[in-house]
Design a protein around this ligand. Structure first.
Ligand code: PEP
Ligand code: MN
Length: 262
């Protein structure tokens, strides 16, 4: 009956009152770049740093991520800022490389990769489980159940938009996922307004909707130079825009009688 609170290296996610924001680029592009963004994410009020090192790209010719070098750069950014780091895993063969990561992201495209779910169940790390592109709520919660079944109860759910017939946006944010998770599960759920729409001008309105619906937090893509980003530039906020959205989230949280961390 109680909501679970997931502890990510000291950052507590879940439990109705607090809202956490994770910020950072789609992909790590270099150590200096990620350290610079990490500091600005922190200054704006972000409590965790995101950044992909292994990227699931539609085209095999697109930037695939920096791999282990990307993870090491994220670790450097954590050393400089103290922000816990989240990065996506694509294969169970890579688990050892994620030993120093605070929370492992399982991306939408791998939500029903059952071998990977089982391996993450055996791990002790918190998992950020993203909803599949066309997954029903039952499939989404059952994917979380796979991780639980292996003994790992540190799961945070993430609604990141589902695929519909709409073409003006990349995906359609299913805001009803938030109350449904609250009804059928004790797990925290955060919203990814960046992948949900695929356009930066939608990030602020969708963040407002997330807070109004009762989400436990947000994961937002922010880049120091979105026009030249190697991945997902069109949906990435620049760091001034990130700061503006963060101030708006803080006000909205207070309006709802909640607090934005820290
Ligand atoms: C990402 O977070 O950059 C990502 C690839 O997300 P998703 O799995 O939701 O598409
Ligand atoms: Mn992305």
């Amino acid at each position: 009956p109680e909501d679970s609170v997931i502890d990510v290296s000291g950052v507590k996610v879940g439990g109705q009152e607090k809202i956490v924001v994770i910020g950072g680029p789609c992909s790590v592009e270099g150590e200096e770049m990620i350290c610079d963004i990490a500091q600005q994410v922190k200054d704006a009020g972000g409590v965790m740093l995101r950044g992909g090192a292994y990227k699931p790209r539609t085209s095999p010719y697109a930037f695939q991520g920096m791999g282990i070098e990307g993870i090491l750069a994220m670790v450097k950014a954590r050393e400089k800022t103290g922000l816990p780091i989240v990065t996506e895993i694509m294969s169970e063969k890579h688990l050892d490389l994620f030993a120093d990561v605070d929370i492992i992201q399982l991306g939408a495209r791998n939500m029903q990769n059952f071998m990977l779910l089982k391996e993450l169940g055996r791990s002790k790390k918190p998992i950020l489980l993203k909803r599949g592109l066309s997954a029903t709520m039952e499939e989404f919660l059952m994917a979380a159940e796979y991780i639980f079944a292996g003994g790992n109860t540190n799961v945070i759910l993430c609604e990141r938009g589902i695929r519909t017939f709409e073409k003006l946006i990349r995906n359609n944010l299913d805001i009803s996922a938030v109350p449904l998770v609250k009804m059928f599960s004790h797990l925290p759920i955060i919203i990814d307004p960046s992948h949900a729409a695929g356009r930066r001008d939608m990030v602020q309105p969708l963040s407002r909707a997330a807070i109004a619906a009762g989400a436990d937090g947000l994961i937002i893509e922010a880049h120091n130079d979105p026009a030249h980003a190697l991945c997902d530039g069109a949906q990435s906020l620049d760091l001034n825009q990130f700061d503006t959205v963060m101030k708006d989230i803080k006000r909205r949280a207070e309006f709802e009688g909640r607090v934005m961390m820290p």
